[in-house]
Design a protein around this ligand. Structure first.
Ligand code: UDP
Length: 321
């Protein structure tokens, strides 16, 4: 079986990718500096090397171990922080990715699946967002993802190299078999914050904005279960190894769900009321972000299995039971 190097494989999405790769029979090696990734997320069936993507020597040492393909998920991802400290994001997300790409080229590794984001699009000019929508990021995080996509595009033209950039929409949920338990520390995203309120880790939370032009006044997003995201990575590796083409693909479900619907669904799942209040809009939040999600289905021959938001939330709540 092909050998896959998962950079950032101890993180939230990375660990789910590792699980799917192992289940698919891939020889899997994790490279992670454990800065945000967690040791509890490592699978004993996968190899592990602790290292940082800014350390080119450490990268070369793993890349030279007959790696067939790379999944690169080692990025910083806090949008707010990227606006306050762009240097950190330039260094980690852009320089770190250049190191990975150069190490791949120098070691003859030809295929990469890259964690990109819907943030590359910026404020939607039309909806749903298809892959042809102009790239106009409104935060430095999204800019860093766009830059890496563009770098990979050039490398694919100039070198024996192909890539699939997966533009994640809102990743949520946990593996239903509870094999991954590491919760993110200091979460910035809606569902982990709600869960902290549900478990008493925090007193409550705020819904940012109730006056958007949406049916219930709160923002609409496209929530995709992390196990579905993960299985798309495995399908992407398969695709990369079977043709020479490269792709940039949305990973969403195409279904819009409001913040209020997430809150209500969580209350239903946990069987109690949550303590929340309505607060001002969060700067930079578009009212609606939803994917046109057909291209990934076609190119990867993949479908999300989870479509029901309560079922998705249950996979998180089950970790508490
Ligand atoms: N949100 C919220 N309260 C929070 C965190 C997020 O109301 O404490 C809203 C946020 O304004 C957005 C949605 O939840 O409309 C999803 O936000 P998140 O940060 O999870 O993902 P984003 O869509 O911004 O990437």
């Amino acid at each position: 079986m092909p050998k896959v190097l998962v950079i950032g494989g101890a993180g939230y999405i990375g660990s789910h990718v590792v699980k799917e790769l192992l289940e698919g029979g891939y020889d899997t090696l994790v490279f992670d500096d454990l800065s945000t990734g967690q040791e509890v997320n490592l699978f004993k069936e996968a190899g592990f090397v602790r290292g940082n993507i800014l350390d080119r020597k450490a990268l070369d040492a793993v890349m030279s171990q007959n790696v067939d393909a790379v999944v690169h998920l080692a990025g910083k991802k806090a949008v707010g922080e990227s606006m306050e400290n762009p240097q950190k994001y330039a260094e980690n997300n852009i320089n770190g990715s250049i190191n990975i790409l150069n190490s791949m080229v120098d070691n003859g590794v030809k295929h990469i699946v890259f964690s990109s984001s819907a943030a590359v699009y910026g404020t939607p000019q039309y909806l749903p967002l298809d892959e042809k929508h102009p790239l106009n990021p409104v935060n430095f995080y999204g800019f860093s993802k766009m830059e890496v996509e563009n770098l990979m595009e050039w490398y694919s033209r100039l070198k024996d190299f192909n890539y699939i950039a997966l533009r994640y929409f809102n990743a949520v949920g946990y593996a239903a078999d509870k094999s991954i338990t590491g919760r993110e520390k200091n979460p910035q995203n809606l569902l982990p914050i709600i869960m902290e309120a549900a478990t008493g880790k925090r007193d409550g939370f705020a819904i940012f904005g109730s006056d958007y032009e949406t049916p219930d006044g709160t923002c609409l997003r496209d929530y995709i279960h992390v196990s579905d995201l993960a299985s798309a990575h495995v399908a992407a590796i398969h695709r990369l190894m079977s043709d020479k083409k490269s792709y940039r693909l949305n990973l969403g479900t195409g279904k819009a769900v409001s913040v209020k619907e997430i809150v209500d669904a969580t209350e239903n799942v946990i069987g109690k009321r949550l303590n929340y209040r309505y607060a001002a809009r969060r700067p930079g939040d578009p009212a609606v972000v939803v994917a046109k999600a057909d291209l990934a289905r076609e190119v990867l021959n993949w479908r999300p299995r989870y479509t029901d938001i309560e079922e998705i939330i249950r996979t998180v709540w089950n970790l508490e039971l």
